[in-house]
Design a binder for this molecule. Sequence first.
Ligand SMILES: [Zn+2]
Length: 941
Amino acid sequence: MGGQPPLQQQQQQQQQNFQSAPPAAMGGGISQGSSRYPNPTPQTTTQQGYQQTPQQQENVGGVGARTYPQYPGTTSSAPQQQQPQYGGGQPQQQQQHYQQGMPSSGYNPPQAPHSLNQGFQRYGPQPTPQSAASKIDPSQIPRPRHDSHADRTIFDTRNPQTGAPMHPPGATSNFMARDVGNANPRFIRSTTSTIPNQSDLLQTSGMPLAVFVNPLATLKNDEVQVPIVDNGGMGPVRCLRCKAYVNPGMRWVDHFRFACNFCAHLSECPREYACALGSDGKRQDWMQRPELCRGSVEYMAPEEYMVRAPMRPSYFFVIDASPSAVQSGVTVSACEVISRTLDNIQGGDTASVGIATFDGTVHFYAIRGDDENNNASNENQENEKPTTSNGATKTPKMLIVPDVDDPYAPLPKDLLVNLNKNKETLKTLLKQIPEMFANSRPSAVASGAAIKSAIDALKYKGGKVMLFLGSMCSGGWGKLEVRTHSGNVEKEPLKIMKPAEKCYQDCATEAAEYQIGIDIFVCGSQPVDLATLGVLTRTTGGTLYRYPNFNVQLDFAQLLNDVRWNFLRPQGMEAVMRVRASQGLGVAEYGGYFCKRTPTDVDLPVLDGEKSIMVNLRYEDKLVDGAEAYVQCALLYTTMTGERRIRVHTLALPVTSVLGTLFRNADLDAQTCFMVRKAANTLLGGKHTIAAAKDAALAQCVSSLYAYRKYCASNNASGQLILPEALKTLPLYTIGMYKSNGLRSEASADDRANWLFRMLKSDPSETTPSVYPRLFPLHFILEDDGFQANQKQRHDDGDQAASITDSFPPFPPCQWLSAEKLDGDGLYLLEDGGEMLVWVGRNYPQDRLKEVFGVDTVDQLDARRSMLPPNLPNERNKRMNAFINSMRKARSGYLRMRILKRNDAMETLFYNRLIEDRSVAGMSYVEFLCHVHRLIQNKFT
Ligand SMILES: [Zn+2]
């Protein structure tokens, strides 16, 4: 440890300094804290993910460039063995039989099905949940496989020997994908990686058919970025009939003609693209052209793809300065966060920024100096040089919009200023705002009018509105009121999940038309009607952030990291996306965050790497068994540096007529995502009941498990519950969804809406933890000597990052989500992809308590105040911090954290997530599994 180079020490220190250093309390000035904050994703990601793109562009751009990485087929032998191959085969070997009375030596699936013919049927054909459940050994029922994340699987998207597309690793697993002619599953993932040859087979299987596309997904550090192709004026080569982009699946019949793998049409390529075929029938240049050997490429768009000059990034910050926001610290936090993250805004010298505040009225700030007025018409010029001394002493002029019922932006062109030229002025203004409003009198909160007029201010150029909101809109345009559902929450349509005012949807659609995206940071403790506000983000491709019971001490770090990552993450502007499917298939429907104006395309004023769009596929004809079907996503967008690009992902899916093959290649994470999104979409419409959403999810689960039981496992005794290996935890995830904030009946309206909106954009990798969180026995991590030895070994083996206390993984095995598994003298950490909850048993040893949290008794911990103390000088504290950091790094968002003790007022936050127990939210997992089993059996009779 002592001999580490300074840089590494610095990195480690940075990783540990995740503690919040909130701004000073109101009234005083804003202290520029010196604590550093890690990016939610390691810094290297940003560097490799974005800044290296231009280099790669140099490397691969132009005809005949040869430098993009190539993968010899010999380097990935290890993981291949674990990956199922496509083709026929008997699924029986993969079946797992779950039954009562097996020894409780952990989950250990039996290998010989015939020896297990005394399964569930012992309890009669119609066992009541209780009677059957009481006889089931909970240790024998399916749970997710432990993934320590210690070793990274290498995944070649096609089999290097046979060229066949490969079944992707689990969405939540630690893998490094290599695109060898098929898209990385981070960009496209299908609910099943082989596709039924006809709709009848799909129907029989009971499985959904959809793909999830995340065209700008953040790649892992060691994954090769999408190669950039610059064909000059020629642009991308496309099928002349269906306009599909050239891809590895197109068949070249001679030096200039190719048969389209989407519509079979024979097209001619431009003369300059022609190339002789080799003896293998392939173009001789296929390895030199990324579009011919990669599943994902990005083209520089020629002029015909532009309707106007590409946009430059513009941000309009709208800050709640109403008395309650000022008092609760929302105003000062927002100003401080914006001020600290201005340097993270992408777009270089061309980015522009505006600021507005609101209380009972809306206030804009004219920041532009005289020298800039002369340049007002030239602001899209690239060569504006920052002049840091400019503007340092300029005093912004406040412009008040008094009419909050019909709001507008005064002098729109004066409100947005060049960021680099005015950074100091902006920072000064942000420092002054909390003081300016420190003593304002209570009034209605005109947040709706503020959003509306900020959109107005951005209309002439497009961009992003970032709203920092402390309380509900209570006056002017878009005034809202607290809505509560009266009547039976479960069985009556949840009308309050529908926007209260139509004007919000109209406003969002209008914003989308002007290429304006809206992000909302809700930092309040009172209801704000998220079901209504959410449509602003959903329709414009924006993001909804929420900090319930916002507390400056506890939440400042998260707000800061969220805003920073919002600026740094992969993203684009003024985007249009279309998905094509090959002959026999069609796109039935898109789902997610976007605006739709034409039947075939989705419009995305803004898009980032955390937005996944669901694309439901339908059959238009029968597919050829044994062939490949294709799905292609084309995204036309503008980068943050003002380049128009077309990103194309092509996914090949082998076609099968064998049901067993289909089940073997079912994708659990994608199917869970489908189920959850369907429920979210249904409930947000406000027309359906929670009970109906649950029934639909249960029906999906039961129908596929029944199909497997009937057609793929019919040899087994009829009373047994036999689950396909690939979908064995589908019932667990279904009950997990039942008990989520989105569907549990006692959830508050904002909690529910927040969950539903989050699910509606989330990727399969994020959905699974949200329905089945991970529960780690932290005390084990802090104590286990074996763990320490393991880390030391990794360090000795040359893994420099794995110093003894500072590095995870391997993650220890998770515990079941059951209160029975909690020890009173233990310490647990629950993580669901959105937040971390640390639960402290009342008998957790006092000396440990002091070391880890710096307190003497459990009672000194309070969920509303307690935070981890920064870096106490002891081993346990260091290890705890290292573990928490590694959790945060594994997720792209910054995980909020709360420390709860036994009998804490907020303890239900934790217990609500122990979804395997019976609770007010529903059956236990064992009971639910029996219920599912019974429903499957009922289908047989
Ligand atoms: Zn075509």
